[in-house]
Ligand binder design. Structure first.
Ligand code: AMP
Ligand code: MG
Length: 441
């Protein structure tokens, strides 16, 4: 008997092509209420990629916010808006070393009466036009002054300063007026940014010493399979060195998701049940690889179901990575179960796991578009992921050079690639120059 279609279970009015249109009140609870397949077998329909992405996003609970010392905030996801603490610059700022004067057209000499250093309250220029105060880059403009003359534009004779020949200062020059950069309260940073060097400077300059950022989730990265051995263990001819967990861990770490526990489990129902239960209890997210296909020892979906992980989807119309499984644990943790084949596992990680975890951290990144450097043929019924190496053409545009793998187990040549491009399902070959969305590994 055929398992009822996943799509049949939904209100048809919410389905347009391969997309789900969510009604106003359709939230996470709605998705969770979808009927489980009553026959206990995975749903046979392959979910279109766009729908899978939407279901995952809908099911993810945002990770909490925490305040961290500014020194520890680099690379974290900002979860607050930042406004200018005060007008910037906060005073009329001298922008180079020289003298400050009250400018009068035609004047060529001044008498030095003191020094205005950076970080000191403003001095007052003697009245009239004869006096000058030495000023330093970053100091306040002394009261009564309106013009700064750079050091190289005058010479000193005793206490007298004489303008060099050919120099003609303009009133107001070399002063960065108060508020020229922004007014007090101006919006400077938005929530959802990944903090990079310039944003660190903005936080510091505006007195944010404990920025609010997304908490880094603790993630269990679990390999499953009786054939797997560690990189440093003896390997029998019938065994495989495990590599997925290292690739997945690296893919997460480069996005700042560094709180990881790596674990390898055998294809044993009892051990899987015990250890996955522990992992679910102690982690905010779980990323598995292997054991989600149709083999006799592919126990992962069954064990997750027994542990109360609500299946959101299983099997996506994508190649590689068709057996991908995703669900939500009892306390809301996302559980990603990736196929074991290394290319599939890494493709699912960068195409599903990373975007979902970034989304739950509140990250708002625009899609990265690249141009195909060589033709590629899509798959009529499925989304195709193709590993690519990035380069640039002579106009500086980013090109994606396809490096298709012969099989999803053929991962040794992935080393020359930067990520993958997504080819939507279709019949028409894509020519060089086609724009596609790129996801880094
Ligand atoms: P599975 O999805 O468990 O059927 O595994 C598919 C293929 O991926 C098999 O050839 C496995 O040996 C291989 N595989 C599974 N897990 C890993 C891993 N952690 N590292 C490398 N290869 C793996
Ligand atoms: Mg396996």
């Amino acid at each position: 008997m055929r398992c009822p279609s996943f799509l049949d279970a939904l209100d048809a009015r919410r389905i347009v092509g391969h997309h789900l249109l969510l009604t106003q009140d359709a939230g996470r609870a709605h998705w969770r209420a979808l009927p489980e397949c009553p026959y206990g077998t995975p749903m046979s329909d392959l979910l279109p990629l766009t729908m899978a992405e939407r279901l995952i996003r809908q099911a993810m609970t945002p990770f909490p916010v925490e305040a961290v010392p500014l020194e520890a905030a680099y690379g974290r996801v900002l979860r607050q808006a930042v406004h200018a603490e005060r007008a910037l610059p906060p005073y009329d700022r001298v922008i180079l070393d020289g003298i400050a004067v009250a400018w009068r057209d035609g004047q060529t000499g001044w008498v030095l009466s003191g020094t205005q250093a950076a970080g000191h309250p403003p001095l007052t220029l003697d009245p009239g036009h004869e006096a000058a105060l030495a000023v330093m880059t970053g100091s306040v403009l002394p009261r009564g002054a309106d013009t700064v003359i750079p050091r190289e534009d005058y010479r000193r004779e005793g206490d007298t300063l004489i303008l060099q020949k050919g120099v003609s200062p303009k009133r107001g020059q070399h002063i960065h007026p108060m508020g020229a950069d922004c007014a007090a309260g101006a919006a400077l940073l938005e929530s959802g940014l990944i903090l990079s060097p310039p944003e660190m400077a903005v936080l510091a300059a505006n007195g944010i010493s404990q920025p609010l950022v997304s908490a880094i989730p603790s993630i269990a990265v679990i390999s499953t399979g009786d054939e797997l051995v560690a990189p440093d263990a003896p390997v029998a001819p019938w065994q495989i060195r495990r590599s997925n967990d290292y690739a997945i861990a690296a893919s997460l770490a480069r996005r700042g998701l560094t709180r990881q526990t790596l674990l390898t489990l055998p294809d044993d129902l009892a051990i899987l049940t015990l250890k996955l239960d522990e992992a679910l209890d102690t982690h905010d997210a779980v990323v598995l690889s292997g054991g989600v296909s149709m083999g006799d020892f592919d126990f992962v979906p069954k064990v997750l179901a027994a542990l109360g992980v609500q299946r959101i989807l299983h099997k996506v119309a994508q190649r590689p990575g068709k057996p991908f499984w995703f669900g939500i644990g009892k306390s809301g943790q996302p559980v990603f179960a990736l196929p074991g084949n290394p290319v599939s596992a890494l493709a699912c990680c960068s195409r599903h796991v990373v975007p979902a975890l970034l989304h739950a951290q509140g990250v708002t990144l625009p899609p990265c578009h690249v141009m195909l450097a060589a033709p590629l043929t899509p798959i009529a019924t499925m989304t195709r992921f193709v590993p690519v190496r990035l380069g640039h053409d002579d106009q500086g545009r980013t090109l994606a050079y396809p490096c298709p793998m012969t099989t999803s187990g053929d991962f040794n040549r992935l080393g020359a690639t930067d990520g993958l491009v997504t080819l939507p399902p279709g019949d028409t070959p894509l020519s060089a120059g086609t724009g596609l969305v790129f996801h880094a590994w």
